[in-house]
Design a protein around this ligand. Structure first.
Ligand SMILES: Cc1cc2nc3c(=O)[nH]c(=O)nc-3n(C[C@H](O)[C@H](O)[C@H](O)COP(=O)(O)OP(=O)(O)OC[C@H]3O[C@@H](n4cnc5c(N)ncnc54)[C@H](O)[C@@H]3O)c2cc1C
Length: 466
């Protein structure tokens, strides 16, 4: 199809991130005519997906891009563990099974991988990293889609769905024009960029959150689907949220603003108090709870405090640490800059150091059991005293990655109505249906797995309406 305006396609895909492109490529591969409608301008295309680096896949043997074995059973166990079994088990199993086929399919689209990485995140066994990151991944998908004749329109928001009962007839665009289609895949992300919507569940605190990704994921399509009778999946309060540097921009700061220092220091709020076990679990299984933990603190701000022994143990963050030769001086700086209770902070660190005094070394990549004694909250692993000068602190805010509430889907990625009957030809993929699987907790790399697996499924089934 040419780029001239067309009033009819087989499959219309709303969104321009990973899930949308996977759906478009899968539908086009089955011979359907496909239009991708991306709300962002071309230079900002790709939603949150352009910030990503890896995805999680099951595999039975090591190869050039992953180490060891990661069986479907282990993947499923990990998922059940982080969600506390609160997941749609059928869709979770489908996701895990299909994840094993994803790397070959992606490679066939032209995606290239980088060799396994060591480091704080310890993902070399479970996750594959895209060579060039999410932007290269999306450039590859867009280039392939264009080559295959997918019609791509930028700065084109879908604003309405034309439904006749359970059947979709087409979509309306922001400029009022109508695009008729035999099927639609909605892959417009979550509602994380609409802090007003998050404030409905989090109160005014939400306005202190920083959004790590695109400002275009305002959830307008999610609202519309729910208004059209789609069944809701997932908890509206739940989101993937990490600790990011409080100096990061309000939107689109991306990966470099994340602070991975927490397991190696202590975290205090503005009152100078610790509030959670910094060494509870290995970082890939815990980093995504810290956004919400900080969201619950006064003024939604916290501080990770470290000493000279800890400062080189994590991925260097973008912003420089606040630095001082003594703990008293560090506390003074945090008081002057952020209103932290200086005396309480010094007391907290002294208490922590007494409780960790028996630990002389830590082993970063395993649960090393180097815990505090008689401290509440405890630090269960990697608890070295914060005692070697100079001292450092990073100010932290909740960085919202994506929201979990979305629309319910079936195994064909069809959107379910409230009565449990699917819409005939309306599909959803990616963040907008992640809440079927992720009700809480997170496994690093599963966001892109959900988008890739369900994008492919949605595109394949949508093409059958052509
Ligand atoms: C900084 C950062 C790092 C991350 N790293 C990883 C990682 O390494 N691995 C991982 O698995 N996950 C990661 N994630 C999560 C991951 O980005 C998401 O799970 C995934 O990208 C979701 O894909 P998607 O296609 O559903 O949404 P998106 O990629 O966000 O795409 C949504 C698209 O919809 C468009 N859109 C919105 N509204 C409309 C509308 N009305 N009409 C038309 N278009 C619209 C947007 O412009 C956008 O293009 C990261 C997220 C962030 C923010």
């Amino acid at each position: 199809m040419t780029a001239q305006a067309s009033s009819h396609v087989d499959v219309v895909v709303a969104g321009g991130g990973n899930a949308a492109l996977c759906a478009a490529l899968a539908a086009r591969a089955r011979g359907a005519t496909v239009a991708v409608l991306e709300r962002a301008p071309q230079h900002m295309r790709g939603g949150n997906s352009r910030h990503t680096r890896n995805l999680r896949c099951a595999h039975d043997a090591p190869h050039a891009y992953v180490t060891g074995v990661y069986t479907e059973e282990e993947f499923l166990d990990d998922l059940l563990g982080v969600t506390g079994h609160a997941t749609n088990h059928d869709l979770a199993r489908l996701l895990v099974r299909e994840s094993a086929t994803v790397p070959d399919w992606m490679a066939a689209q032209g995606v290239r991988w980088q060799p396994p990485l060591a480091g704080t995140l310890a993902l070399h066994r479970t996750n594959l990293f895209f060579l060039g990151g999410g932007k290269a991944l999306l450039n590859t998908y867009y280039a392939r889609a264009e080559r295959l004749g997918v019609w791509i329109r930028y700065e084109t928001a879908v604003t309405d769905l034309l439904l006749d009962g359970r059947r979709l007839e087409g979509v309306r665009l922001a400029d009022g024009t109508v695009l008729r289609a035999r099927a639609a895949v909605i892959a417009t992300g979550g509602f994380e960029a609409d802090l007003g919507w998050l404030a409905e569940y989090w109160g005014p605190a939400a306005h202190n959150f920083l959004v790590r990704g695109t400002p275009y994921n305002d959830g307008a399509m999610l609202r519309l689907l729910l208004r059209c009778g789609a069944r809701c999946a997932g908890d509206p309060r739940e989101f993937h949220g990490v600790a990011i540097d409080a100096r990061a921009p309000k939107y689109d700061g991306g990966i470099v603003t994340r602070v991975d220092a927490i397991p190696f220091g202590i975290v205090v709020n503005r009152l100078g108090h610790r509030f959670y076990d910094e060494g509870e679990q290995l970082w890939p299984k815990r980093y995504a709870i810290w956004g919400k933990l900080i969201a619950q603190q006064p003024d939604q701000i916290a501080f990770v405090v470290l000493d000279a022994r800890a400062i080189r143990r994590f991925i260097p963050p973008l912003f420089p640490p606040i630095t001082a030769p003594s703990l008293v001086e560090l506390a003074g700086q945090l008081e002057a800059q952020f209103g932290v209770d200086r005396q309480a902070l010094v007391r907290t660190i002294e208490e922590f150091n007494r409780a960790a005094a028996h630990n002389t070394r830590i082993v970063p990549d395993v649960l090393d059991g180097a815990c505090t004694r008689n401290l509440d909250p405890p630090k269960s692993n990697w608890a070295l005293p914060v005692a070697t000068p100079p001292f450092f602190a990073f100010p932290l805010r909740p960085g919202v990655t994506f929201t979990y509430m979305g629309v319910a889907v079936d195994a064909a990625a069809r959107v379910l109505r409230q009565d449990g009957v699917p819409f005939h030809n309306l599909y959803a993929a990616g963040e907008i249906m992640a809440g079927n699987i992720l009700t809480r907790g997170y496994l690093a790399g599963i966001g892109m797995t959900i988008g890739t697996v369900f994008g492919r499924i949605a595109g394949t089934h949508a093409a059958a309406h052509a």
